[in-house]
Every structure is written in structure tokens, then in C-alpha cells.
Design a protein around this ligand. Structure first.
Ligand code: HEM
Ligand SMILES: [Ca+2]
Ligand SMILES: [Ca+2]
Length: 298
């Protein structure tokens, strides 16, 4: 079981060390925020929150090499590696990379204007990181409400948790290929028509593969509840975003979060705490990695 004060006697300043390293990185690269938040999600849904996604393999067959993870931005990995280096300088071999990722994620959310919250600690780092084990574990942008609910329920996350955590798309971007099927060959009728034209202008039929569009067009660098207001007005970028409003089973929660930012923030914090408990290894399971990108044995 995780506890908030896990490092109180072994590394009492871990939270401020991580926060300083993350803040420094964020000031250099603001995309640190979205990159770290998405990294945490992808880590927790595959093998649990154990930093398995951070392992680098010379053979290109680690979890991060799976197709689903190729669009994870490098700045998220770099944030954890930098924060770990800062922690190792003070408390060597004590703090797991999985806990550092959890703390860094809380810190980036706060840096972009989101709620702050206490983070439970005591995770250990995983010993398995394989590209072949990712398939089917992460939701994709064409999932319908049932598919979204099912995949989240495998981790004890409810529909409300899923809708609140989808609010992470209040920051960051998506590559064109993730929503091109909503534009071509015909425009998805749930899309606002002016918004659809904006998307088409940035993402033509064969875009440069690096072209991206903001998940929350007006405030893609700010953690706010505009994401939900966008869904209400037909401006959800991914099909998996828009479906939360289109499907009557989830619509009332979207409307609640669109109207009441505090309700969204509270639900997001509950969702993040539950996400942070997914599949965690404690006690003598796993290891405390020295270098977050390598198993200790390698
Ligand atoms: C509900 C199911 C979800 C689906 C289908 C989904 C899918 C996606 C897709 C397709 C992208 C764009 C990737 C790209 O092309 O670069 C994206 C970006 C992102 N996702 Fe999700 N996601 C989901 C839930 C979550 C959750 C739970 C979180 C975190 C708590 C999250 C955080 C992010 C962030 C921050 C970005 C922006 C990344 C960046 O700008 O680099 N997503 N997501
Ligand atoms: Ca993991
Ligand atoms: Ca926003």
C-alpha cells in the first residue's frame, strides 16, 4: 500500500528536489507539462505505475518502442531522468523512478494552473518493459464510450474517473493522423463546421507527419475546464473526446464539468490518485532503479 510520507525518514526533501528540477525543465520547455502527464498515463496502463515505459532498449523492443508510445514526447522522459539525477545526488538508491514520475506529474499539472494535491508514494520500479506487451492496453482515439469504460474499468476506474482524466486533454496536442478519419472522406457530423474547416486547413489529406493540432484549441497550455465546454460545442478534437458528449450516458457529467471548474478539478484529483495506484509494486517487488532508463542488472 502506498503512503504519502513514504520517504519522510529516508529522503525528506524529495518533493522539493523533484519540484525544483521539474520547474527548471518546464521553464526551458513548456511542453514538459503535456509530455509528462501523458507519460504517466501510458506508464500506469501498461504493467502498472512502475516506470516500465521509461526503459530504453538497444534492440528497439522496449515498451517505449511500441507504436502506441512513439508519439510520447521526449521531454517527458527527460523530465523524469533529470529529476532522478537531482534526487540521486542527495538520496542515492532510495527513490523509485515510478514515484518520481508520479511527483513530476503532480508538479506539471500545478505549473499549468491545475489543482495541487498530495501524492501517495512507495512504488517500486518494474523489471519488465516489452513493446509486445502494450497492444490492447491503451485506449485509442476511435474508441466508443463502451470501449473507453471497459479499458478504464480494468484498473478500477469508473466512467466519472475516465471522463475527468480525459480532461488531461485540456493541454497538449495531437498529430493529424489521430483525427483524420473525422475529416476525410467526409466530415464527422458531430464536428462544429467552422472548427472542421480549421482542422482541414492545418491537416490536409496528406499532412507532414509532424503536423499537430491543439487538443484544446484556445488554452492548450492551461489546465482549465474549457476542454468540456469545447465538447458541448462540437469542438472535441478526437472522436474519443467528442463521444463523451455525444453519448447520452456520459453527457450529464461533461455538462457538470463544463459548468463547474471546481467539480472538474476535484474529480480530476480523485482520478489521478486512483490512476497512481494502478498495478503498483511495493515491499520487495521490483527494484529502485539507479538510472531510470535502465534496469539495474543491465
Ligand atoms: C480516454 C482515453 C484516451 C485516449 C483515447 C487518448 C488518446 C490520445 C491521443 C490520440 C493523443 C494524441 C497523441 C499524438 O498524436 O501525439 C493524446 C494526447 C494526450 N493525452 Fe490522451 N488519451 C486518453 C486519455 C488520457 C489520459 C487519461 C491522460 C492523462 C491523465 C491523457 C493525457 C494526454 C496528454 C497530456 C496529451 C498531449 C500530449 C502532448 O501534447 O505531447 N490522455 N491522447
Ligand atoms: Ca508501467
Ligand atoms: Ca486548456
Amino acid at each position: 500500500k502506498l503512503v504519502e510520507n513514504f520517504y519522510n525518514s529516508t529522503c525528506p526533501n524529495v518533493e522539493s528536489i523533484v519540484k525544483d528540477a521539474v520547474t527548471k525543465k518546464f521553464k526551458q520547455e513548456f511542453i514538459t507539462a503535456q509530455a509528462t502527464l501523458r507519460l504517466f498515463f501510458h506508464d500506469c496502463f501498461v504493467e502498472g505505475c512502475d516506470a516500465s515505459v521509461i526503459i530504453r532498449s538497444p534492440n528497439g523492443n522496449a515498451e517505449k518502442d511500441a507504436s502506441e508510445n512513439l508519439s510520447l514526447a521526449g521531454d517527458g522522459f527527460d523530465t523524469v531522468i533529470k529529476a532522478k539525477e537531482a534526487v540521486e545526488a542527495v538520496c542515492p538508491n532510495i527513490v523509485s523512478c515510478a514515484d518520481i514520475l508520479a511527483l513530476a506529474t503532480r508538479d506539471v499539472i500545478t505549473l499549468v494552473g491545475g489543482p495541487s494535491f498530495n501524492v501517495e508514494l512507495g512504488r517500486r520500479d518494474g523489471l519488465v518493459s516489452q513493446a509486445s506487451r502494450v497492444e490492447g492496453k491503451l485506449p485509442t482515439s476511435n474508441f466508443d464510450l463502451n470501449q473507453l469504460n471497459t479499458i478504464f474499468s480494468h484498473h478500477n476506474l469508473t466512467q466519472t474517473d475516465m471522463i475527468a482524466l480525459s480532461g488531461a486533454h485540456t493541454i497538449g496536442v495531437s498529430h493529424c493522423d489521430q483525427f483524420a478519419n473525422r475529416l476525410y472522406p467526409s466530415i464527422d457530423p458531430t464536428l462544429d463546421s467552422n472548427y472542421a474547416q480549421q482542422l482541414i486547413a492545418i491537416c490536409p489529406q496528406n499532412p507532414h507527419p509532424d503536423t499537430v493540432f491543439q487538443l484544446d484549441l484556445q488554452t492548450s497550455g492551461i489546465f482549465d475546464n474549457l476542454y468540456y465546454k469545447n465538447l458541448v460545442s462540437g469542438k472535441g478534437l478526437l472522436s474519443s473526446d467528442q463521444v463523451l458528449f455525444t453519448n447520452p450516458k456520459s453527457r450529464s457529467t461533461v455538462l457538470d464539468f463544463a459548468k463547474n471548474p471546481k467539480e472538474f478539478n476535484d474529480a480530476f484529483v480523485i482520478g489521478m490518485k486512483k490512476l497512481g495506484r494502478v498495478g503498483v509494486k511495493t515491499g520487495n517487488k521490483g527494484e529502485i532503479r539507479r538510472d531510470c532508463s535502465k534496469f539495474n542488472s543491465s
